[in-house]
Design a protein around this ligand. Structure first.
Ligand code: MIG
Length: 717
């Protein structure tokens, strides 16, 4: 073991020869510190254990089922495609090995830099123990010390790269559906949104835009004028976002395949031949994204799409998901043939059935193909969680090169490190009420891992969505940086207009509200890009007391507002815990505000409303409604404030699509409000944003007095 020290109370302990994951940055000073806990090495595994006290809490571990406090469950860090997010699932698409433990001594953060399987049993088998089982002996273990959970998160964010920042239009509303299959259909959807006065920023294109599921191909039959379509829609502020899958179809004459073979770009089997798996196109090879040359080669392919006007991509199936491989199919078919005409007893029958039913994503597949990294060969299993990450890195670098500006990029598989290259959607959820709650709980956890451009399939992917479910989900999703309504093939239509006039009207309001929130949300992204820390904060990170600890279905968004979404059918309201006096905002065209004392209160919440809370002596900024980001008003903003003494707010903005923010080129607008003894307010606004001219301010004080004023902005250089 080699130990080292990094700045700010961060210690690292290196075991064996860890694989270079490109996650942690910074200078290391090697020393002789001992690991303050005992690890057990057995065969090729490592075990460690923390003892948990009665009230100890565990946070982190990325996209997973369960609460914000991860205690009481098991988790597995091994990127896996599982489209049914039932309550007992232990792994979804990501593998995020950052976690924090809070006990009565204080808080500590941990990161295990290891790209293969890790099991976490967080007080599940034994309520008093948090056991970790690492499937290997080569890893680096980090311990991060600090005084608060927020401080530890921020320190962790300083150890990893800066997060991906989408273009501003990435915060718009996106419509998606697996099954939109032709140019006419896409145009029709756009027309419907227009005709119904519904905001629309873009439409995602799922598998059907391709020819035979071949990456970087376009179906001539269904999309004969793809480039024209992209141009026409972009003219109206609407962008298309095509999907790219990890598997490359095996087909002579298909250039991605031919070049991949020629250039040695595919992952290999044990005999050194390209490994054959099957996914959408039938048999495929997997690009070996661990090789730099392959990342460059595949990344350059995105030029095919950027040349057609595309500026956004979603990378799917990059765990990588595998339907079957040649061996497993042979085995199952052989067994089926043997069974022909036989009288199968229960064991034989289930054996046969399982052979077919459990053919997808088998553990053995990932031992059967190999990657090349820094001159060595590793099985996929050895560095499994790097795969989607490296695919996203490839896409990110290719898009940057060929677009010259920011692109929208999301990936399904993820691990920490990938946060620098793309956002994530939380995969194939379902149209279930419990998944609104799950969506809410995942948000702070994803932020902890460095992911900010995140969102769930709003309305739910699998299963059928109702109008009520969609509206309730939207009341949450209007706050998530990625806002996309997506549904699976064969499910009921789920567009905002698919449930009759009344629901269409509600969705119209909610979508327009989303555009009003964009200045605030975008400011959050820019700010956290620079500073790290949580955009979505659990109440327990900020307040003390039992209620705050338990209020896992409420979140702070930024430092100013708190949301308490409703996620139960037929309900007209819910109980909310107010950890301090706050203002309830009913976000109508002219927002209504009401001061509420701290404590547990029932909040009426109708389907056609958007409600949130504003904290005391805080301000929030919002914009004007809009149909897309392109036409958003830039000369005027609104401010809501709950001010008894004084409040400040800094709004961050930039040009929205260049990389200038990397050099610190952001425009800040500083708003200062002070309540004077006379009861009047002193308000000043200074801005580096040359477009901004007017701020309309609406303030409330503890006595529910409302004060309104239009303030001219003094522009600063
Ligand atoms: O095997 O492309 O998560 O969003 O619609 C399913 C079809 C493959 C899974 C993605 C989902 C997408 C679907 N894909």
């Amino acid at each position: 073991m080699k130990s080292f020290q990094m700045r700010e109370n961060i210690k690292g302990f290196e075991f064996g020869t860890p694989i270079d994951t490109e996650i942690i940055y910074g200078d290391k000073t090697y020393g002789f510190e001992e690991l303050p806990m005992v690890l057990k090495f057995e065969d090729s595994n490592t075990y460690l254990k923390f003892l948990l006290g009665q009230d100890d809490r565990v946070y982190g571990l990325g996209p997973n089922m369960g609460g914000i406090n991860k205690r009481g469950r098991r988790y597995e860090a091994y990127c896996t495609d599982d489209p049914l997010h039932h309550e007992d699932k232990v792994v979804l698409y990501g593998a995020h090995n950052f976690f924090m433990i809070q006990d009565n001594q204080g808080v500590k953060g941990y990161f295990i830099d290891f790209p293969s399987r890790i099991y976490y049993d967080v007080g599940f088998s034994d309520r008093d123990a948090f056991s970790i089982h690492i499937h290997g002996k080569d890893f680096t273990f980090y311990i991060i010390e600090g005084d608060t959970l927020n401080e530890i998160v921020t320190k962790f964010h300083k150890m990893i790269k800066k997060p991906y920042l989408p273009p501003k239009w990435g915060l718009g509303y996106f419509q998606s559906r697996w099954g939109y299959k032709s140019e006419e259909e896409i145009r029709e959807i756009h027309e419907t949104f227009k005709g119904k006065d519904l905001p629309l920023e873009g439409i995602y294109l799922d598998l059907d835009y391709m020819e035979d599921f071949k990456d970087f191909s376009i179906s001539k039959e269904r999309f004969p004028n793809f480039k024209q379509l992209v141009e026409d829609l972009k003219e109206e502020g609407v962008r298309l976002v095509p999907i790219i899958d990890a598997g490359v179809k095996i087909e002579k004459g298909y250039s991605v395949y031919d070049q991949g073979i020629e250039g040695g770009h595919f992952a290999l089997n044990a005999d050194g031949k390209p490994y054959v798996a099957a996914v959408w196109p039938g048999k495929v090879h997997f690009p070996d994204f661990l090789q730099e040359k392959t990342r460059v080669w595949f990344g350059d392919y995105y030029k095919v799409l950027t040349d057609l006007g595309i500026e956004g991509i979603w990378n799917d199936m990059n765990e990588p998901a595998i339907f079957y491989d040649e061996d497993s199919l042979d085995e199952a078919v052989t067994l089926a043939i043997k069974a022909k005409g036989k009288n199968l007893d229960v064991f034989d029958f289930f054996d046969l059935k399982d052979k077919f039913q459990n053919m997808g994503n088998k553990d053995v597949y990932y031992q059967r193909f190999f990657h090349r990294l820094h001159g060595k060969s590793y099985s996929n299993e050895d560095l499994h969680n790097q795969y989607g990450y490296m695919m996203t890195k490839s896409a990110s670098e290719g898009l940057r090169k060929h677009l010259g500006k920011r692109s929208l990029l999301i990936s399904r598989a993820s691990s920490i490190g990938m946060h620098a290259y793309g956002g994530i959607w939380t995969g194939d959820n379902s149209s279930w009420w419990s998944h609104i709650e799950l969506n809410l709980k995942m948000l702070p956890t994803l932020n902890m891992s460095g992911f900010y451009y995140v969102g769930a399939d709003t309305g739910g992917f699998g299963g059928n969505c109702s109008g009520e479910l969609l509206c309730r989900w939207m009341q949450l999703s209007v706050f998530t940086p990625l806002l996309r309504n997506h549904a699976a093939l064969g499910t009921k239509p789920q567009e905002p207009y698919a449930f009759g006039e009344e629901v269409t009207g509600i969705n119209r309001k909610l979508l327009k509200d989303r555009y009003r929130l964009i200045p605030y949300l975008y400011s959050q992204l820019l700010m956290h890009h620079r500073l790290g820390g949580l955009m979505f904060t659990p109440l327990s990170f900020e307040f003390t007391g039992r209620e705050a600890l338990d209020a896992e279905d409420q979140l702070l968004v930024g430092e100013e507002i708190m949301i308490a979404p409703l996620y139960k059918p037929n309900a007209q309201g819910r109980y909310v815990y107010l950890p301090e006096e706050m203002v309830l905002v009913n976000f109508k065209e002219k927002p209504e505000m009401m001061v509420l004392k701290e404590g547990v209160r029932y909040m009426a919440y109708a389907l056609n409303e958007l409600k949130f809370f504003l904290r005391k002596n805080k301000l929030m900024v919002y914009g004007e409604e809009s149909l897309n980001v392109k036409t958003m008003r830039q000369d005027q903003l609104n401010v809501l404030g709950y001010v008894d003494t004084k409040a400040n707010f800094t709004l961050w903005n930039d040009d929205g699509d260049s990389f200038a923010y990397e050099e610190g080129k952001v425009f800040k607008t500083k708003i200062m409000v002070e309540k004077l003894a006379s009861g009047h307010y002193d308000i000043s606004v200074n801005s580096q944003d040359e477009y901004l001219k007017i701020i309309k301010v609406m303030l409330i004080d503890s006595d529910n007095n409302i004060f309104e004023k239009e303030v001219e902005v003094s522009n600063l250089k």
